[in-house]
Write a protein that binds this ligand. Sequence first.
Ligand SMILES: [Zn+2]
Length: 461
Amino acid sequence: MLLCALWAQTEEVRVRLYSTNRVEVISLSVDLGNYQLMVGDSVLETGASDEVACQIRASAKGVDLKINSMDYGTFSSLRLHALDTACILCLNPQGAKQRTYEGDVELSALNSTALRIINVVDFETYIAGVVQSEIYGTLPDIFRIQAIISRTWALRNRNKHKSEGFNFCDQVHCQAYLNRCVRPDIMLGTLRSMGETIVDADGKLIETPFHSNSGGQTANSEDVWRAALPYLRSTPDTFSYRMRQSQWTVVIPRDKWLSYFANTHHLNVRNDSVRTKLLGFQQPERQARICGVPLTRVRVDFKLKSTFFDVSEGVDGNVVLSGRGYGHGVGLSQEGTIRMVGLGYSYDSIIRHYYRGSRLQYDDEQTSLYAAGYIAQIEQIIADDMANPSKVRSKKDDWLGMLFRIRNRQLREEEYDEKKAELEKDWNYEFSGTNGTKSPSAAVAVPQKGTPPAEEGEYNW
Ligand SMILES: [Zn+2]
């Protein structure tokens, strides 16, 4: 019964999905667990996998519902309500990529041709999905750090979309949440960080901006945004060297470069000293402006990866911008973090490196037993994968399915019998039961294909 009590203490959040897509029609099907299709408090249908396959379309009067091609009518809103701990819905919108999510999904019409799709989900499940969407890597501490900064951000900004009836959107405006977490190593990093947040000297949650790569020096917050925050100070960051996004080059016609400053910013580019500065601009250390023009503005107008670049004259009447890093440069560098974890730095020292004068805060109630039971199980899955390299790597579904069975069995206070053992064999791992089997430490790297951080655009796993 312990597991149920612990699930109950975690909070739910509302996240708008496909928030930058116009979705007129969407198909939903159940991948795992049991769902109820609800209209207000009334139940329309109940079903498990393949039994509830609905198609929902925006209309002038609300949403039109079809189940297995049968017309069910028009409703102001619908909710697919998860009946079990482990429930997965597959969302297949017309004109956008298929994704899967855990928890509930609510659908209503934004207007006559667009749906509003909200995922109502356990807070930590949301965080794990964000971590998967926001960073790449192979070591659990990378995910632990991303989980801590994403959790801190979410707790601080939970009212960002309050007036629209949800907490967060699924894009970088809030944090990318482009699928549910399917990787055991990401879930493990997230679980290990349960209850950990970053606070300032006064014990208040800090802003936790991050970017792909600082280029070797992070930026002051006031050089990118307005506020000068004491923990967002420019810092030397050689850990960001020699990574995927460490360097970039852009070639621009000289006339285009100069006329941009003349026309958009009214600089007198015929003046020798102005022209020399524009054509030979150097940043041995990060600057905020070029000839008085904010570099953040230049970055946007020329779609540059960063503001940390030098200018030199190239051949054929071009100028060459030689840049370092990717992103705004404030706060934590993700690739610097990946490198520091690989070099053996502790996760809290990495956080203090990028957020100066901050410290970690532990919520003992949250860290309590909630995570402990699951960490052992998920470590076991990863250890099994490592011990059987020829085996198809487990997905988080294995863990989720196992959890689902443990909880249900405890709920019903049933004995573990042979019949159930048979059922559990269809999962790709040896079921170790709830006897608290101690697993080997899971400071293990699960080899993954690398994908650049999601600064812009979607992630594909
Ligand atoms: Zn948002």
